[in-house]
Design a protein. Structure first.
Length: 201
């Protein structure tokens, strides 16, 4: 039972001008496809060949670097595409909006904390909004690690993630990672993040 590269629910140019079509095409059809193929190759013949991706991430300490890096890459990008939309941006919705007020001190405080986590992650990695024990938290992690992996970031279940590898922004933003982070807030699909919040809580 191999993992499939998930199709995007929008065109490669749908997130312009915030994320350009060429970056999206290479990121999805080359990078994410590569993680998916390498994950399948690394799992072939192992006890985890039929495991869910959640199970794989939770047990990743015992599974070797190939499964860790490509399993994280498969999961992280699948989440990333789903929490962006051409009609995104604006403010969080539903119970998530209330929880951001209660747990994180409001939207502006959340945005500052998340942007800081993304900007200060040294080298390649991700910034996250997670649900752990029913509460929201913000963190970052290196490489393709994910907070569902033991001991990574804030722990818990990520409901929003931002890829800060250079491959995610360099064509359009070069070294201006903070501009890319600011632009990301214009494409966040808050309805999807709210759905993931309710499922994780
Ligand atoms: Mn990436």
């Amino acid at each position: 039972m191999a993992f499939d590269l998930p199709a995007l629910k929008y065109d490669y140019n749908a997130l312009e001008p915030h994320i350009d079509a060429r970056t999206m095409e290479i990121h999805h059809s080359k990078h994410h496809a590569g993680y998916t193929a390498k994950l399948n190759a690394a799992l072939a013949g192992t006890d985890h060949e039929n495991s869910s991706i959640d199970e794989i991430l939770k047990n990743v300490d015992n599974l070797g670097a190939g499964i860790r890096n490509n399993g994280g890459g498969f999961y992280n990008h699948s989440l990333f595409w789903s929490i962006m939309s051409a009609n995104g941006g604006g403010l969080p919705t539903g119970l998530l909006a209330d929880a951001i007020d209660t747990d994180l001190g409001g939207f502006e405080a959340f945005k500052a904390a998340f942007s800081n986590a993304a900007a200060t992650q040294f080298g390649s990695g991700w910034a996250w909004l997670c649900v752990k024990d029913g509460k929201l938290s913000v963190c970052s992690s290196a490489n393709q690690d994910n907070p569902m992996m033991p001991g990574v970031g804030c722990g818990g279940i990520p409901i929003l993630g931002l890829d800060v590898w250079e491959h995610a922004y360099y064509l359009n933003y070069q070294n201006r990672r903070p501009d890319y982070i600011e632009a990301f807030f214009n494409v966040i699909n808050w309805d999807e993040v709210n759905i993931r919040y309710n499922a994780a809580k």
